[in-house]
Structures are given as structure tokens and as C-alpha cells.
Design a protein around this ligand. Structure first.
Ligand code: COA
Ligand code: ZN
Length: 336
């Protein structure tokens, strides 16, 4: 799709490489009321690994009481076929989770905590300081066994506390950057961020945390998800979490709904002339499998409408002679 897009010649069309991290198997499934059978999860992860995404967040090593939908994390991680070039990631909230993830040889541990005290207590049953200390210890203990990314939830706002101070986000990120994390993800857990805020928070992050992989994680709860990606791109960030078919949401965040949709994000970026390294048709196929797996309608739009370059047949009852005459008349009027 990248060769012939209507955006050729714009400042966006410079074949910039953007990395897509699919989080549907974790963020998507964690909020679903049904338990998707392990073999189906494995089959979809294997299919997703063929689409060109850079990372797949395959599961989370959380308490099975807290997140029953992902209680088969070990079986999933051990059952998948690893594709070289794809990083297999798992979300981890505490030391016990990190041990389980390392036993399964994940490529990257995605540590999670919230910038908001209230959300951290609701989601992880720990104060922020307890979480931060545990996660810093995990960085030390992991060493070079796996990469360690930190996902800072509610970085753009908390559904209970409201505005989250940008300085708090930066100071918390500093602690992990200084301790040797390989990446930091700023998460808009409940879709509160707006593009102006994203630009303000993210400008300068690459200078503040040099050498770290920076990722943005948006939810489309209020329709601002893809606009926030544009704001993120304008600050130089080139990694985005997204979820097949637009599933997703934190079970401990009131009003949480789907992540930005992977195939809709890819479609937007590729039609703007950027290179995501992925195959849109293969992603749409995976999104359809995901829709079948969860058994309800999903928010993904491109899977319903088709890509922008899809053409529809001219209606057979269109009177071409009459239409042409009208067009000629219109042209003549405009020329006058
Ligand atoms: N994996 C498996 N079991 C775990 C675990 C982990 N990572 N962490 C704790 N447990 C088990 C304990 O062994 C204990 O089991 P028991 O009742 O059989 O003795 C039980 O869970 C309670 O342990 P405790 O340390 O008291 O945890 P908690 O109940 O305070 O819960 C978390 C804390 C972090 C484990 C839990 O809140 C959690 O998993 N949250 C994840 C939330 C999430 O993923 N949200 C969406 C992502 S944003
Ligand atoms: Zn999320």
C-alpha cells in the first residue's frame, strides 16, 4: 500500500519505520468475560507472528485470581513457536510474576505500575512506592536474562484522581531509566489523553532517556487514540502498542475500553506513507479470528470497511449518459 498513496510529497511520506507492538493477547483478553482455550491463543499468536509486528505481548504473569482469563500463561508461552525477529513479551506486576516469566524465557518482561496512587492500589494492591521498589529489584535480578520495559499506567490521567502531574511521570521514569530498564511505555489506560497533552509530555523524552526504547500505549475510549498517535509521531516516538480488532481495557479502571486497533493503526500509517513492516491483510485475518474467539462484535473499523484503496463497482442502474451531461454542465459553470 505504501507505494501509491494520496499523501506522496507530504512531510509524512518519508518511509519512516514505525514499530507495532500487538497487545491483544494480554490487554485484549484480560477484560473478556470468557476464558479463551489455550490452543486458540497459541494458534493466534503463531499467526500474528507472521504479520510483521515487532513485539507480541503474549500474556501476563499475574495472579490467576486477579486475571483469570490469562491463568494459562505458562502453557501459552511454552506452546508457541518463536519466530526470529519477533519479541515475545509478558506483562509482570511483581517478583513472583518475573520469576514465572523468566522460567518461560520471555524476550522481554513488561513491568507495570501506575503513576496514580489510587489506580495502583486498585490494580496491584500495592502503594506506588511498594510497586516501584519491587520493580526496581526485578530489573537488578533479571540482568541480561531478558529485556525489561516499564509500562507506566495512567500516565495521561487517572479515572479516579483526574489530572496526573507530568513531572511525576518523568520522575518515576527517571528511576527506572537510571536503574537499567531497556524501555519505557507511557500508557493512557482509560483514553483520557489528548494530542496537545501527548505532544507536551513526549517532546524531549528521547533526550531525557537516551538509548531507551520509547513506546506509547493509547486506548480509544473517547475517540482520540489515533490522533494521539499523530501527536506522538510528531515528537519522534516510533513505537506503538495496539490491539487486534481494537479489544482491550484494564479491569480495574472504571470505564476502560479498547486499545487503539492494530490494523486500523497500520492502515493509517501505511496510507500516510510510513513503513510498519507489517502485512495489513494478514492482520485483518488475525483480527477476524480474534472476533470469532471472543464471540462478540469488535471495534476494529478497517476489518469492516476495507482499506482506503478498496474500490466499489459502479451501481448498474447509473445512467452514464445523463451523469456525463450533468458533469459537463458543472465543468462549464465552474469555468465561467
Ligand atoms: N503470579 C501468580 N500468583 C501470584 C502472583 C503472580 N504474579 N502474585 C501473587 N500471586 C498469588 C500469591 O501466591 C497468593 O496466592 P494464594 O492466595 O494461593 O496464597 C495470591 O496471589 C495473593 O498474593 P498477594 O501477594 O497477597 O497478592 P494480592 O492479592 O495483593 O495481588 C497482584 C497483587 C499484583 C498479584 C494482583 O493484584 C495482580 O495480579 N494484579 C494484576 C492486575 C492486572 O494485570 N491488571 C491489568 C493490567 S493493567
Ligand atoms: Zn492498556
Amino acid at each position: 500500500m505504501t507505494q501509491n498513496t494520496p499523501s506522496s510529497g507530504s512531510s509524512w511520506s518519508r518511509q519512516r519505520r514505525i514499530h507495532i507492538h500487538d497487545v491483544a493477547m494480554r490487554d485484549g483478553l484480560q477484560i473478556e468475560p470468557i476464558f479463551v482455550p489455550t490452543e486458540e491463543k497459541i494458534a493466534l499468536i503463531n499467526a500474528l507472528a507472521q504479520t510483521g509486528v515487532s513485539k507480541i505481548e503474549a500474556t501476563s504473569f499475574t495472579s490467576p485470581k486477579a486475571i483469570p482469563a490469562l491463568r494459562d500463561a505458562e502453557e501459552v508461552m511454552k506452546g508457541i513457536q518463536r519466530v526470529p525477529g519477533v519479541k515475545y513479551v509478558a506483562l509482570v506486576p511483581n517478583l513472583r510474576g518475573a520469576q514465572r516469566a523468566l522460567e518461560c524465557k520471555v524476550d522481554e518482561i513488561n513491568l507495570v505500575m501506575s503513576v496514580s496512587e489510587t489506580h495502583n492500589l486498585a490494580n496491584l494492591r500495592m502503594t506506588r512506592e511498594q510497586s516501584a521498589r519491587a520493580l526496581l529489584q526485578i530489573i537488578d535480578e533479571t540482568g541480561d536474562q531478558a529485556d525489561v520495559n516499564i509500562s507506566l499506567s495512567t500516565a495521561f490521567g487517572c479515572p479516579m484522581e483526574g489530572i496526573v502531574d507530568a513531572e511525576e511521570v518523568l520522575k518515576l521514569g527517571d528511576r527506572f531509566a537510571e536503574r537499567g530498564a531497556t524501555g519505557i511505555t507511557l500508557c493512557d489506560t482509560t483514553g483520557m489523553a489528548n494530542p496537545a497533552q501527548v505532544e507536551a509530555l513526549c517532546a524531549g523524552l528521547a533526550q531525557r532517556w537516551p538509548g531507551l526504547e520509547l513506546t506509547l500505549h493509547f486506548h480509544n475510549t473517547r475517540g482520540m487514540g489515533l490522533a494521539n498517535v499523530i501527536a506522538g509521531l510528531s515528537t519522534g516516538i516510533d513505537r506503538y502498542d495496539a490491539s487486534l480488532a481494537g479489544l482491550g481495557g484494564c479491569p480495574y479502571a472504571p470505564g476502560a475500553t479498547g486499545n487503539i486497533c492494530t490494523e486500523d493503526l497500520v492502515h493509517m500509517l501505511e496510507s500516510m506513507g510510513m513503513d510498519t513492516g507489517t502485512n495489513l491483510d494478514a492482520l485483518v485475518e488475525c483480527a477476524r479470528q480474534m472476533e470469532k474467539m471472543v464471540g462478540h462484535e469488535v471495534p476494529g473499523q478497517v476489518m469492516k470497511a476495507g482499506a482506503w484503496d478498496k474500490r466499489f463497482p459502479i451501481p448498474p442502474d447509473l445512467d452514464q449518459t445523463r451523469e456525463r451531461a450533468l458533469l459537463r454542465e458543472l465543468e462549464a459553470n465552474t469555468a465561467r
